[in-house]
Design a protein around this ligand. Structure first.
Ligand code: CA
Length: 237
């Protein structure tokens, strides 16, 4: 019998934990629970859950610290951040936490479950079969995208992209000139199916990517916005 997938809930508000546990178990997941950041990190490291739902404002160690510590230990477990306030959101936008996704409280259970599923599915997907050698590296002037290795470099310097940022860049650059809507990117890069909902995650990822990629993120040359349509990669520098 296939092992049930396990979701670790790190949240100090008991009523929210109850709601999450109930709905996750209804969908067939096993759950683990922690009510503070220290216990949450311990469980994440010891139990290898398939996904972590992580509140930010937690006793002992906050969610930011838990996420960072997890990544420093080399764990790639998908992390879905639960954020309560606009102020927290601002922090998320400004910080590269290594989280995979976030959802703002109060959230709809349907939306949350869609995100849990999508993030577990993405993490479970094996890398695509070896692309042909000739296409493994895309070169655009000073930029090199090594698809086999999942890395990109500009002027020979590694851009230190997160896996999501890399996928976004590789997808846009692999279809240079084609405009992708945020919806399309949510489906192709984030692997949501028929996504309807908040697409701001795309804007956040684009902004971070530009900060790492562009000489002047305010005047991008590689990743351009087509107003009212979406984003595209400009191959003529
Ligand atoms: Ca809290």
């Amino acid at each position: 019998m296939e092992r049930k997938q396990r979701v670790l809930i790190v949240e100090d508000e008991k009523n929210i934990v109850d709601i999450l546990r109930f709905n996750l178990q209804k969908e067939g997941y096993d759950t683990l629970e922690a009510y503070d950041g220290v216990a949450g990190l311990d469980l994440a490291l010891a139990e290898h859950p398939d996904l972590i739902l992580l509140d930010l404002m937690l006793p002992k160690r906050n969610g930011f610290e838990v996420c960072r510590a997890l990544r420093e230990q080399g764990r790639a477990t998908p992390v879905l951040i639960l954020t309560a306030r606009e102020a927290e959101q601002d922090k998320i936008l400004g910080l590269d936490l290594g989280a995979d996704d976030y959802i703002t409280k109060p959230f709809s259970i349907r939306e949350l479950m869609a995100r849990v599923k999508a993030n577990i599915r993405r993490a479970a997907m094996t890398p695509p079969p070896e692309p042909p050698a000739a296409e493994e590296t895309l070169r655009f002037g000073r930029l090199e995208i090594h698809r086999g290795e999942g890395t990109a470099a500009k002027d020979g310097q590694d851009l230190e992209l997160t896996p999501r940022e890399f996928e976004l860049l590789a997808h846009l650059a692999g279809h240079a000139g084609r405009v992708f809507t945020r919806q399309e990117l949510m489906e192709r890069v984030w692997n949501y199916e028929r996504y309807v909902g908040d697409v701001r995650a795309v804007d956040v990822a684009i902004r971070r990517l530009r900060e790492k990629l562009e000489d002047d993120p305010a005047q991008p040359r590689y990743i351009l916005t087509r107003r009212g349509a979406g984003y595209y990669f400009q191959s003529d520098q």
